[in-house]
Write a protein that binds this ligand. Structure first.
Ligand code: NAD
Ligand code: DAU
Length: 333
């Protein structure tokens, strides 16, 4: 199959591309705008593969999309603005990419009768105190990030019902692992702990997330692309749930630091308390998570320790200004 992977220079997209080139005969075209979160470094080890091609462009640009689509069979759309905090301070790009960008991709998929897989998130369901969300739970998003992702999901579903497009939606829980930009909880805490910087914990630190190793999510998306039923949505939850504070304390241990680096900071507005997904439907297709959180976290800390080439340019660039705006304090030298 020839697949266009939009947002393939980001964290999950690049892991998907790597896994797919290694485990299938697919040819892959990555279409990516290269925002601050999209980095060719994420694709460095597949760049020379003859089955791989990179096109720089935005999903909301119909010409860029048309240019990437020649001869393809499917679109897998990872392209998104993905950080909840940024959606609170600067929501514009979230609306543009998730609403307009998804629309442009759907129109292109319709014109060429392509299979279309939308990568979505558990955040579209909102927060849940007890139990787990199924695919038929109502959508109650809390942030501009999750609201625009939910809107995109609804648009995708409408193209299936109205135009008969072969659509699929995968809603993943919190991913972690190699190549994740250090604005997200785990890589931010790992790099700060390694450097001896403060670790900013929002609110009381008791929010719960359902952790999913990135290679497991990438494999599930491939599974759904190959075996999913057209028009269906599949939840993909991780095997373990954990409070933020427990995650942060374990990272400190793995980095040889103590709790004195923890700094409690003002809570995120509209902060969802807990996410939890029921994933029976995707398991019935034959997928299951292979990585438990404890082992995956150790592997992730090791990866960041060993790949300073990847994160050093981020920590020394514009990221420092973002960090000051977001947290009100700076990183060490
Ligand atoms: P990321 O921020 O690491 O990467 C996003 C990628 O999309 C970047 O390469 C960026 O350059 C590209 N992009 C952004 N806007 C674009 C546009 N308008 N046109 C083309 N490319 C654009 O994100 P991620 O964490 O890898 O998330 C990928 C997808 O998975 C997103 O749709 C996200 O909502 C979803 N998701 C993420 C998680 C998670 O925990 N990170 C969990 C579930 C679902
Ligand atoms: O659940 C899936 C979602 O997971 C994805 O759709 C999003 O793209 C992804 O960003 C992620 O959203 P979260 O808001 O859950 O992830 P984040 O890493 O931003 O935060 C995880 C938890 O940690 C959350 O409760 C907020 C808290 N946190 C986060 C940061 C960055 C802190 O306490 N301190 C921090 O500095």
């Amino acid at each position: 199959m020839r697949v266009v992977v939009t947002g393939g220079a980001g964290f999950i997209g690049s892991n998907f591309v790597r896994g797919r080139l290694a485990g299938s005969a697919d040819e892959i075209v990555v279409l990516d705008k290269l925002t601050y979160a999209g980095r060719l470094e994420n694709l460095r080890d597949v760049a020379a593969d003859p089955r791989f091609r990179f096109v720089q462009g935005a999903i909301e640009d119909p010409d860029a999309v048309a240019g990437a689509l020649e001869g393809v069979d499917a679109i897998v759309n990872f392209a998104a603005e993905t950080h909840v905090d940024r959606s609170i301070s600067e929501p514009d790009a979230f609306v543009r990419t998730h609403a307009l960008g998804t629309f442009v991709l759907l129109e292109a998929a319709r014109a060429h009768a392509l299979r279309y897989l939308q990568v979505s998130t558990d955040e579209v369901y909102g927060s849940i105190e007890e139990g787990s969300f199924t695919e038929s739970s109502p959508l109650e998003p809390s942030s501009p990030y999750s609201a625009t992702k939910a809107g995109a999901d609804l648009l995708v579903a409408s193209y299936q019902r109205t135009f008969g497009l072969h659509t699929l939606i995968c809603r993943g829980s919190n991913n972690y692992g190699p190549y994740q930009y250090p604005e997200k909880l785990i890589p931010l805490m790992v790099l700060n702990a390694l450097a001896g910087d403060r670790l900013p914990v929002y609110g009381d630190g008791r929010n719960v997330r359902n952790w999913l190793f990135v290679e497991d999510f990438a494999a599930a998306i491939g599974f759904v692309l190959d075996h999913g039923r057209p028009g269906e949505t599949y939840n993909v939850g991780g095997p373990d749930e954990c409070e933020n504070l427990a995650v942060v304390r374990r990272i400190l241990e793995l980095c040889g630091r103590d709790d004195s680096l923890i700094e409690y900071v003002t809570d995120r507005p509209g902060h969802d308390r807990r996410y939890s997904l029921a994933s029976e439907k995707v398991r019935a297709l034959g997928w299951s998570a292979s990585m438990r959180f404890e082992a995956g976290l150790e592997r992730t800390v090791t990866w960041y320790r060993e790949n300073e080439w990847w994160w050093q340019p981020i920590r020394s660039g514009a990221y420092r200004d973002y960090y000051l705006r977001q947290y009100g304090f700076t990183l060490g030298p």
